[in-house]
Design a protein around this ligand. Sequence first.
Ligand code: CDP
Length: 211
Amino acid sequence: MTLIIAIDGPAASGKGTLARRIAEHFGIAWLDTGLLYRAVARDVLANGGDLEDVCAGEAAARAVVAQSLTDPALRGPRAGDAASIVAKIPQVRAALLDYQRTFAGQEGGAVLDGRDIGTVVCPSAHVKIFVTASDEARARRRYLEHQARGEGVTYDDLLADIRRRDARDSGRAAAPMLAARDALHLDTTELDPDQAFDAAMQLIETKLGGI
Ligand code: CDP
């Protein structure tokens, strides 16, 4: 069976860590689809383009390759904000679909995390989880990540970034951030990474047991 697991949710909800650990558990591949949008924004800016420019965004999206997703600069808050601007463009989203679906369809299956995996990219995923956490818990997590990397970003700036991006991602017309109707919900506000993983595995095992 090609197992496909979709993990969606807002910024810093814990979906990336969860997706990586679930993929490790099943011994299957993992794709952080946010990196695709982050890379498109980076490449548009590197070419001297405007983040709102449809043609520049589409061209950058068509040119995205796996090797360019490992750049550590993609993890910064500015890259996240820029990503959410190119992510509003339907042509950018369409140009990234093939990459994501080919990844999902690989031998053995895959875990993909993002905003629209359960709704648009892999609507027939075997398991869909929509991960949430309070704004404050998410800003605190991001703050600790940045501190660990020695980056001087304030908690208040990160909270503002998260809220701005949530509003942009939920409010856009093209593939807005949305839980699929058949998604299982997981609130990680009070959970550490191990507890979140255990809770997610319970949801997954129950769901797969019923297939
Ligand atoms: O890691 P974090 O949750 O902060 O962000 P991310 O998953 O790397 O996504 C960065 C931005 O890319 C998001 O704010 C969305 O605007 C966009 N994105 C999207 O539109 N669809 C996806 N499947 C993944 C990310």
